[in-house]
Design a protein around this ligand. Structure first.
Ligand code: SAH
Length: 476
C-alpha cells in the first residue's frame, strides 16, 4: 500500500569515519621530528597508546616528551626497512616529515603491511586522514571534509566549539553511569531511547551538565518510571526547499522521529537531516499523480502512532497552507492520536524573499492573497475573479504553473490591464532558482519559452516592479 522509496541519503564519500580504540595495548608510529610531527604526537598522547617517534632529530616539544619517557625515540632517518620494522606492530602510522617523498615512502611501506597510515597534508597515499577534533572529555566530535578543505574543517570546528557546552563530558559520564538502571527498566531499545531523549530534552540534562548528579538521577528515575509507549504524530513544515529555512523546532523533531512520511516537494538535502534510523516512507502527491490518496495517508499516520511510533509528517512549506495539514489533524483527532504542529516558511514567503519581491509595499499593495491555481479535472478554475482582479493588492498563486495561461487571461478579462506586472519563481530558495518577471500578457509565453517546471509560484501585482536582487539571492 505504501510506496517505500529507495531514496538514500545523498552523501557519498570514500572516507569512512570511525573511532578507534587506542589503549595501552596499541602502538602508534610517528615518522618525523618537527612541529607537524609534534602535533600528531600530541593527539596520540591524549590516548593511552604507546608512541614511537622515528626521526634523527627532535623539536623541543618532542625532546621534552622523550625526556619524560612519554615517547620512545628512535634517533634514525626513515628507511623502508626501519619503517616496516616499527610499523608492523602499530595500529596507526603518521608520516609527518617535511619531505613529501619520505612521507610517501612511509605510506607505501605501511600500506604494504596493511597498517592504516596518514601522510600529513597528502590524502592521496593515505589510508586515513586526521579529522579536526572538538573534545569535551569522552565526547569527541571529529570533522572531515574528506581531505578536500582542511581550512573549512577548522572553521566548522570553531563553530562547534562554541556550540557544545563545557559540561558535556559530565553529562556523557552521568548517562553512562545510569545506563544499567534505564536498561533494566526498559529492555526494548525503542522505549529506552525515548527515556533518554526525554531526559535530554528536559531539565535532567541541565542538571547533569551542571554536575548536580543526585537531582539528575531523580529526574531520570521519574522518566524511566513513566509510560513511554504512546505514539504521536508531528506535522512539520519543512519550508520551501532550502535546508537553511528549516526551523529549530522542525530540526529537533526530525532528529527524534521513528518514521517519516514525506511527499515529492522535499529535496534530499532536507531528508538527510532526518534521524538516520528513521523509516522513510514516500507518499507522493504530485499534480495528477497522487501516489497515496489522502485517506490512506491519514490511516498510515494513525496506524503507526497507535503502534507507538513517533511519526513525522514532513511537508513542503507550511502544513496549513495548501498542505492538507488540516485534514490530517481532523483524522488524528477523530482517532484520538496526539499530535503537534510545527509551522514552516511557506513558498510565498520563501520565494518572495529569495526573488527579492516584497509581497506588500506601501506604495502599491495593502493586502496579499494566497490562492491555489490547481484546476479541476475538466481544466476549469473556480475562483472569485472579481476579488482577485483588484488593484492595490498582491496575488500569490500556488500550483498555478499548469493553468498559467488561463489565470492570466481571466485576470485581464476581469479588469486588470494586460501590462499588469506578473512573475514566476521556479524552485524558489533553492540554488537552481529561476525567476521570470513579465506582465499578464507575456508571462505565459516566457514561461513556455524558458520551460519552467514544478514547483513554481506565480506572483501578480505591482510589487513585482519593486524587485531587487539581494546578496543572498541564489541569482546574486
Ligand atoms: N504547503 C506548501 C504548498 C504546497 S502546494 C507551502 O506552504 O509552500 C505546492 C505548491 O507550492 C507548488 O505547486 C508551488 O506552487 C508551491 N511551491 C512550493 N515550494 C516551492 C518552491 N520552492 N518554489 C516555487 N514554488 C513552490
Amino acid at each position: 500500500m505504501v510506496e517505500h522509496n529507495s531514496l538514500t541519503p545523498s552523501s557519498h564519500s570514500p572516507w569512512f569515519p570511525l573511532v578507534m580504540r587506542m589503549d595501552e595495548a596499541a602502538c602508534a608510529l610517528v615518522v618525523g621530528g618537527g612541529t607537524v610531527a609534534a602535533n600528531k604526537a600530541a593527539l596520540l598522547l591524549a590516548t593511552d597508546a604507546r608512541l614511537t617517534v622515528l626521526s634523527p632529530t627532535l623539536c623541543p616539544e618532542l625532546t621534552q616528551h622523550a625526556l619524560n619517557g612519554r615517547i620512545h625515540h628512535v634517533a634514525k632517518g626513515a628507511t623502508p626497512e626501519l619503517v616496516a620494522e616499527h610499523a608492523r606492530h602499530c595500529r596507526v602510522v603518521f608520516a609527518a616529515t617535511d619531505d613529501r617523498a619520505i612521507n610517501r615512502m612511509v605510506a607505501a611501506t605501511a600500506c604494504e603491511l596493511n597498517v592504516p597510515v596518514c601522510a600529513v597534508d597528502d590524502p592521496e597515499p593515505s589510508t586515513f586522514i586526521t579529522p579536526a577534533i572538538v573534545r569535551r572529555g569522552s565526547v569527541q566530535v571529529a570533522i572531515s571534509t574528506s581531505g578536500a578543505a582542511p581550512v573549512l574543517a577548522r572553521r566548522l570546528r570553531e563553530q562547534i566549539e562554541a556550540l557544545l557546552p563545557a559540561g558535556l563530558d559530565r553529562l556523557a559520564r552521568f548517562m553512562q553511569g545510569a545506563r544499567e538502571m534505564v536498561g533494566a527498566r526498559h529492555p526494548t531499545p525503542d522505549t529506552r531511547r525515548r527515556v533518554w531523549e526525554r531526559f535530554l530534552d528536559g531539565k535532567g540534562a541541565e542538571q547533569a551538565l551542571a554536575g548536580e548528579d543526585d537531582a539528575a538521577r531523580a529526574t531520570l528515575e521519574r522518566l524511566a518510571g513513566e509510560d513511554t509507549g504512546g505514539g504521536e504524530v508531528w506535522i512539520v513544515g519543512a519550508g520551501p526547499g532550502n535546508p537553511d529555512l528549516l526551523t529549530l523546532g522542525a530540526l529537533r523533531l526530525m532528529q527524534n522521529a521513528d518514521s517519516v512520511l514525506y511527499d515529492h516537494l522535499l529535496p534530499a538535502d532536507i531528508l538527510d537531516r532526518v534521524r538516520r534510523d528513521a523509516e522513510r516512507i514516500f507518499v507522493g502527491k504530485q499534480r495528477n499523480n497522487h501516489a497515496l490518496p489522502q485517506p490512506s495517508i491519514n490511516d498510515e499516520l494513525i496506524r503507526r502512532a497507535k503502534a507507538g511510533e513517533r511519526v513525522l509528517r514532513l511537508k513542503g512549506g507550511d502544513p496549513f497552507i495548501f498542505g492538507r495539514g488540516g485534514e490530517e489533524i481532523e483524522a488524528l483527532m477523530e482517532a484520538g492520536v496526539p499530535f503537534r504542529v510545527i509551522p514552516g516558511i511557506s513558498a510565498a514567503n520563501g520565494c518572495a524573499a529569495a526573488a527579492g519581491i516584497p509581497l506588500t509595499h506601501r506604495d502599491c499593495a495593502q493586502s496579499c492573497l494566497f490562492l491555489t491555481g490547481h484546476a479541476r479535472a475538466d481544466g476549469t478554475l473556480d475562483l472569485p475573479w472579481h476579488t482577485i482582479a483588484q488593484r492595490g493588492q498582491t496575488v500569490v498563486i500556488y500550483m498555478g504553473l499548469g493553468g498559467v495561461e488561463s489565470l492570466c487571461s481571466r485576470l485581464v478579462e476581469h479588469g486588470l490591464p494586460p501590462e499588469w506586472p506578473a512573475a514566476m519563481v521556479e524552485h524558489g530558495t533553492r540554488p537552481d532558482q529561476r525567476v521570470i518577471t513579465a506582465d499578464l500578457a507575456t508571462l505565459t509565453a516566457k514561461v513556455t519559452e524558458e520551460n519552467f517546471r514544478s514547483p513554481a509560484l506565480i506572483i501578480v501585482g505591482e510589487v513585482v516592479k519593486h524587485r531587487v536582487i539581494s546578496s543572498n539571492s541564489p541569482e546574486a
